[in-house]
Design a protein around this ligand. Structure first.
Ligand SMILES: [Zn+2]
Length: 84
């Protein structure tokens, strides 16, 4: 089955096999922002969306979208679930 998605950057409606909030055309933009956020969270793991937003100049809404997509949750999970 295919999901109907709306791109958070260009607001294009598109279908894909996975639930995502970014279309192929905007994927580069997404990866750049995500890269910055992940780097920031490695340095400051307990930051909230607002702090990240102020520091990186990315709208908090974008950061919350990344969180909803599971990107940031996953990276946090790795940190908190390291094997002994
Ligand atoms: Zn797009």
């Amino acid at each position: 089955m295919l999901y109907t998605n709306v791109c958070k950057h260009c607001h294009k409606v598109f279908k894909s096999k996975i639930r995502t909030l970014c279309c192929k055309e905007c994927r580069n933009l997404d990866e750049d922002q995500l890269d910055d956020i992940v780097k920031y969270l490695k340095q400051y793991p307990n930051s909230n969306a607002l702090q990240i937003s102020e520091e990186l100049g990315i709208h908090p809404f974008e950061i919350i979208k990344f969180m909803e997509e599971g990107w940031l949750g996953e990276s946090k999970g790795e940190f908190s679930r390291l094997p002994d």
